[in-house]
Design a protein around this ligand. Structure first.
Ligand code: SAM
Ligand code: SF4
Length: 357
């Protein structure tokens, strides 16, 4: 399995930018401009979801190779001041395992222009931290929860910790974080049959469920195109209990297709559900993302085969504009799409936990 090619940190081999327009924005050759930054704060996690991490055997980044809180805030500052970043989502690994998360969020919230700040988390420990994170400036969260049945949760995450996640969601609500979205990945024969119950559970609590198609980003390579649960399957599974109608809202660059949900038996409106069909209905043409890994490398796509290091520049005295220039050049090389639909598609070496979902 080929490793991602990392441009030499000291002398990055960057894409040819001779035809790049003279703009500060993070544009690419396909006319897209990135305004949405996904920033991974760690590759470590306290769960071992089967579609993401292996049961054992991963080595995690040593502390000194991860970006410090100050380095994270500086890179985000460069992003918002010089590159047109408007939204920042912290992810991982599990971002709550960083004790300095509050400090990072406060630093980003103090930037001008202030970006929208969100977090994707498994919610373990969120009950004790939600209020401080909200006070620091966190605007929104997505909690990953694939099942509300303890046995299924443990089978999926390899940890008996459903009660901790539920406590975390309660804590987020008590802290006033709103909306709270729930991300669910469906695995065939494991939790797909539970989807109507999971949606009911979320609607009862005014949580917005987002069903995400499983992507080939797992360490164990369990993904199979032929058996994955597709967006079309999701409609079929939900159809027995609910009626889904496309929501009357422009999608913009958002990955989720939104639907209004009604009870099939009573016709009562219950709320909304989102379906993220990354595999079967890719939205690459409208992608506004740029990504940074926990060690400070730009990835222009989840499925990139190349990464561009910014940490060396950061730690060797480069100016903000020099770092912005490397980032712009890396983004210029963003591919048209993730290529999952091509016969020569090769799964990236890094699992999702080490990229930042
Ligand atoms: N640990 C946090 C969490 O689980 O929310 C943040 C990191 S996790 C990698 C971010 C998101 O990626 C989660 O919602 C998770 O469900 C999703 N994810 C992980 N592996 C995936 C895969 N193979 N396909 C689709 N989504 C995946
Ligand atoms: Fe951890 Fe999130 Fe990956 Fe699950 S999906 S193993 S919670 S990083």
């Amino acid at each position: 399995m080929p490793k991602p090619r990392v441009t030499d940190p000291a002398a990055p081999q960057l894409p040819d930018t001779s035809t790049r327009p003279d703009t500060p924005a993070l544009v690419d050759t396909f006319g897209r401009a990135a305004s949405d930054l996904r920033l991974s704060l760690t590759d470590f996690c306290n769960l071992r979801c089967t579609y993401c991490m292996p049961a054992s055997g991963l080595t995690f980044l040593p502390r000194d190779q991860m970006l410090s809180a100050d380095e994270v805030v500086r890179l985000v500052r460069i992003g918002v001041e010089r590159l047109g970043i408007e939204q920042v989502r912290f992810t991982g690994g599990e971002p709550l395992t960083r004790p300095d998360l509050d400090r990072i969020i406060a630093g980003v919230a103090a930037l001008t222009p202030r970006p929208d700040i969100s977090l994707t988390t498994n919610a373990i420990g969120l009950d004790t931290r939600a209020a401080a994170l909200k006070d620091a400036g966190l605007d929104r969260i997505n909690v990953s929860l694939d099942s509300v049945v303890s046995e299924t949760f443990e089978r999926l995450t390899r940890r008996p910790l459903l009660h901790r996640v539920l406590k975390g969601i309660d804590g987020a609500r008590a802290a006033g974080l709103d909306p709270i979205k729930v991300n669910a990945v469906l695995l065939p024969g494991v939790n797909d049959h539970e989807l109507p119950d999971l949606l009911d559970w979320c609607l009862d609590r005014e949580l917005q469920l987002r069903v995400i198609e499983q992507m080939p980003l797992d360490a164990d390579h369990i993904w199979e195109r032929s058996s994955m649960i597709t967006a079309a399957d999701v409609h079929q599974i939900l159809e027995g209990r609910f009626v889904l109608e496309p929501a009357d809202e422009p999608r913009g660059g958002a990955p989720a297709e939104l639907y209004e949900v009604r009870d099939r038996s009573t016709g009562a409106h219950r709320g909304r559900v989102g379906i993220i069909a990354s595999v079967t209905r890719p939205f690459c043409a409208d992608c506004r993302r740029t990504r940074l890994t926990a060690e400070g490398r730009v990835r222009t796509c989840l499925f990139s085969r190349e990464e561009t290091d910014l940490r060396h520049a950061l730690r060797s005295g480069a100016s903000d504009e020099e770092i912005a220039t490397i980032w712009r050049a890396a983004q210029w090389g963003k591919k048209a799409g993730h290529g999952m639909d091509r016969p020569d598609f090769v799964q990236p070496e890094r699992p999702m936990s080490a990229i930042g979902g």
